[in-house]
Ligand binder design. Structure first.
Ligand code: DOR
Ligand code: ZN
Length: 369
């Protein structure tokens, strides 16, 4: 090979090395303040913990309605929103976005009230018995098709906990079965329905979303990007990794990482952060839910950085959810620096209880400043 050809290739090598090196050494990033499109804040004293934890990072959060009793009407949602706002720390702007809880009794008229509401954005469907506080959920989706028709007509998003609940269906197959048996027929009947498949956990769900048009989106939690079922089960049962839908195999985790970091606007941030007291998790019948709120954006940064895609975090965390909901993007910025920080072992909760946060005691490589 002649000398000039050799130096040409050396130059290419240099640039490849330079760009690789650049992407590896990115150690400060600024992004538009993120939003959490799926969070559980609960009510009463729990709000003292959950609202400040979320509001320190996020500008807005969808506040899930699975209270006891659930938030079933626009009026109840607005009252709940006021209780949340009362706990926002001084100096922070936080805009709680509200969602109704779909029951067998939800009236079609409630949907036009959502449409007209400034603060209520969607309705959440839990198949009855699927997860925490879902006993009042929908018993059979075909029974509520009249309400879904209104959702499609008014373009109000339907948020789905996508798992079937039949006793005989294996817990690891419940999401896939939901896609085949509930969601595919639903979209055939209502092709213009806007929907968010919440906290997806399988490559089948990711592909389902990819294969449908822009009306179909999904949220992804930090635990499903960072962990898989080995983290939950190998070497002893780790109840703080137990959430629903349950963590799946490594190959599913990898697909979720691929789609979350792909820049595809159908996938956006939704932590599913849910506060459960330590004694309710470390229990012979432990509750489902991971509490990620205090470090959520840093957990996502860790996941994106691990696959060399930290530059894709802003779209996922700060743009795509707002775009899907037709809300303006935030304008403030936050900064993350690549500096180790250790997640606290426990947090105070209610009067004398503790919460063990997701990944407690472990070191993250990113920190919000
Ligand atoms: O793990 C979960 N916890 N999944 C859910 O769907 C609900 C949540 C909760 O409310 O605790
Ligand atoms: Zn949830």
């Amino acid at each position: 090979m002649c000398r000039s050809a050799l130096s040409f290739f050396a130059l290419i090598d240099y640039y490849q090395y330079y760009f690789l090196f650049e992407s590896i050494t990115l150690d400060t990033i600024s992004l538009i303040q993120p939003d959490d499109w799926h969070a559980h804040l609960r009510d009463g004293l729990a709000l003292q913990r959950t609202v400040p934890d979320l509001a320190k990072q996020f500008a807005r959060a969808i506040c899930m309605p699975n209270l006891v009793p659930p938030v079933k009407t626009v009026e109840e949602a607005l009252a709940y929103r006021q209780r949340i706002l009362a706990h926002v720390p001084e100096g922070l702007d936080f805009d709680p976005r509200m969602v109704l809880y779909f029951t067998d009794q939800t009236s079609p008229q409630e949907i036009s009230k959502i449409k007209d509401s400034e603060f209520v954005d969607a309705i959440k469907l839990y198949p009855a018995g699927a997860t925490t506080n879902s006993a009042n959920g929908v018993s059979d989706i075909r029974k509520v098709y009249a309400v879904i028709e209104q959702l499609e007509k008014h373009q109000v998003p339907l948020l789905l906990h996508g798992e079937v609940t039949h006793q005989h269906v294996d817990i690891f197959d419940r999401e896939k079965r939901f896609l085949d048996e509930v969601l595919a027929p639903l979209l055939k009947q209502f092709p213009q329905l806007r929907l968010v498949l919440e906290h997806i956990t399988t490559s089948e769900a990711a592909h389902f979303v990819l294969e449908h048009d822009r009306h179909v989106a999904a949220t992804i939690t930090p635990q499903h990007l960072l962990f898989n079922r080995n983290d939950l089960l190998v070497g002893g049962v780790k109840p703080h990794f137990y959430c629903l839908p349950i963590l799946k195999r490594l190959n599913h985790q990898q697909t979720l990482l691929e789609v979350a970091t792909s820049g595809n606007p159908k996938f956006f941030l939704g932590t599913d952060s849910a506060p459960h007291a330590q004694n309710a998790k470390e229990n012979a019948c432990g509750c489902a839910g991971c509490y990620s709120a205090p470090n959520a954006i840093e957990l996502y940064a860790q996941a994106f950085d691990q696959v060399g895609k930290i530059d894709r975090l802003e779209g996922f965390a700060s743009h795509f959810g707002a775009d899907f909901y037709g809300l303006p993007r935030n304008t403030k910025q936050i900064t993350l620096v690549k500096q180790p920080q250790t997640i606290v072992e426990s947090l105070d909760y209610l009067e004398d209880q503790k919460i063990i946060p997701l990944h407690a005691g472990q070191t993250l490589s990113w920190r919000k400043v």
